[in-house]
Design a protein around this ligand. Sequence first.
Ligand SMILES: Cc1cc2nc3c(=O)[nH]c(=O)nc-3n(C[C@H](O)[C@H](O)[C@H](O)COP(=O)(O)OP(=O)(O)OC[C@H]3O[C@@H](n4cnc5c(N)ncnc54)[C@H](O)[C@@H]3O)c2cc1C
Ligand code: SF4
Ligand code: SF4
Length: 405
Amino acid sequence: MDDVQNLGLAPHRSMCTDCGVSRSSNPKQCSTACQFIQPNYAELEQRVHGRVRNTDKEDELHFGPFINMHRASLKKPSTGAQWSGITTRIAEKLLQNKLVDAVLTVVADPTDKWRPLPILIDKPQDMQMARGMRMGYAPLLSLLEPAKALGYKRLAVIGIPCQIYALRAMEESLGFDKLYVIGTPCSDNTTTENFHKFLKLISPEPENVTYLEFKANYHVELRYADGRKKEIPFLQLPLSDLPRDFFPLTCRTCVDYTNVLSDITIGYMAGEGEQWIITRNQTGQELLEQLGTEVDLKQPGSAGKRHSAVVGFKKNVELSAGGLPLRKMPNWLRPIMGWLMPRVGPRGLEFARTRVEMKAIESILHLRREMPQRVKYLIPKHIWLLAKPYDLRPQDNESDTHLKR
Ligand SMILES: Cc1cc2nc3c(=O)[nH]c(=O)nc-3n(C[C@H](O)[C@H](O)[C@H](O)COP(=O)(O)OP(=O)(O)OC[C@H]3O[C@@H](n4cnc5c(N)ncnc54)[C@H](O)[C@@H]3O)c2cc1C
Ligand code: SF4
Ligand code: SF4
């Protein structure tokens, strides 16, 4: 296990999630590697998966290229994992089976259990330290050069979409013999400092919260150090009490919810209480096969209709992005809606499509308002296709068609 202490200088750009590239020996690589400067999803999809997403196929338009999708759980869930622990178990098996020399991922910072700290793990038993979700940004890719210096030639990387985008953009120049990329979806991330403020708002004892998850049943689950669990309906969260800049513009305008450049994406959105695996290419299939009979795999289900939920979301974003306060639901209605939504709202794949469309709309509206000149660079064609049913189309100077991609 190599916990490299000196992570280099922190970045200075405003649109930056500190993925680690700016802390490398060549920070100028940010200009070509960054998701927030001049991304080219189509070119990278082609390079990584051998083809671009088929936008005529609904689920590829929403989730990116894939060869299969599953609803899944480890038969024996891993203690301390965010869900059943599929992500860290695959990486552990890669180390056990000597398919990689090390795994690049994050663990909890020893001074703050919610702060992600990048690490290189080379012993299978150490993968347990990485289990669970932290909130905030980790300069994960700052450990690529140390990995090379340590002589690692075959590497697995576990990362969130903005980290994986930069990794793929630099992949050819990195010169590893083999790279396995295990991605998780990501949305609504913020700084670890902001996350602590959020915990204080939703729990009278934030210091005892050990687990938090926004679940597909429209509830946030909290777990406490003494084993207690609590579920709060989304609609009862004090989201409209948060300051406007609580979520940085990067995370409000991030267009890669499902980590399309990973070999395998492991999330929960279409899992209906279990995990959701998107296997994107043959390397992803090889990763899934590491689990053998340890994993229970099923076809994902789908129910409900997303259109009206997305329309309502768009209205709210228009009001908040326009500087007006968020529409507030009367307090008496919140528990009723909190009960109703898991029963009649979109579920399974339809829930995942709902969230991806909401994110597409949020990205366009927030970028239009705060950095209109960047829309044509940061909003790719498939995001406009997702937003089209909601009357959002590129205006003058917003289309990227003049760019060569
Ligand atoms: C900020 C954030 C937001 C997310 N939002 C969604 C979402 O909206 N929808 C969805 O389906 N899934 C989301 N996920 C992924 C989800 O929380 C689970 O991580 C995923 O389902 C895998 O579960 P698991 O039990 O297999 O993970 P585990 O086996 O517990 O492994 C989790 C892995 O994630 C890594 N990790 C934890 N925190 C971070 C971090 N801050 N940055 C980088 N890597 C990290 C760990 O190091 C570990 O390798 C999000 C993850 C993060 C970090
Ligand atoms: S590549 Fe990474 S470090 Fe560089 S600007 Fe983008 S997010 Fe920041
Ligand atoms: S929401 Fe997007 S930009 Fe923000 S941390 Fe997650 S992947 Fe990165």
